[in-house]
Design a protein around this ligand. Structure first.
Ligand code: FE2
Ligand code: FE2
Length: 162
């Protein structure tokens, strides 16, 4: 079965840690997709791996936002929470109720969601990190004044007006 989504340079945001994490996400989603027609336990195991990776993926971006002037409630982090909540619920339904339908649908939906999220919200975050001189290794901003004094609640993406 062909992967629903494959990595391409159009997803690269020139932010090495983010790009690596996104490549891993695409690969793990492809793994889950490849297991759709196989045994249920293998599919669930791959889904759990994807969810676990996504927890860390989103937490990394949320941490970077918090370190560079974003409000704790901002639309990018809010979208992370919403997507993760759905992913966790899909795993729960499969595990506790043997209902794999939501999980199957989510595999396809994530392949549609990811390019939009990466190219809008994550791309805006990558630009912001560059602008403020954020160093992901130290977690420090080169010039704190550049991060602004008013907490950022928008994401800078096309779906967001702030
Ligand atoms: Fe991301
Ligand atoms: Fe994100």
């Amino acid at each position: 079965m062909n992967a629903p989504l494959t990595w391409s340079e159009q997803f690269a945001l020139q932010q090495p840690q983010m790009d690596t994490t996104h490549q891993e996400f695409v690969a793990l989603l492809a793994d889950a997709h490849a297991a759709l027609d196989g045994p249920a336990d293998a599919l669930l195991q791959r889904w759990d791996t994807l969810v676990e990776h996504t927890v860390a993926h989103f937490a990394q971006e949320d941490r970077w936002m918090a370190a560079t002037g974003f409000a704790s409630e901002n639309c990018h982090s809010f979208q992370h929470q919403a997507v993760l909540q759905v992913m966790v619920e899909c795993g729960r339904r499969a595990r506790e109720e043997a209902d794999f339908e939501p999980l199957r649908i989510a595999v396809g939906e994530l392949a549609i969601w990811f390019p939009q999220h990466a190219q809008m919200m994550d791309a805006s975050l990558a630009e912001h990190l560059l602008r403020v001189g954020f160093d992901p290794v130290t977690g420090q901003v080169r010039d704190t004044a550049l991060a602004g004094t008013t907490p950022i609640t928008g994401c800078g993406g096309g779906s967001c007006s702030t």
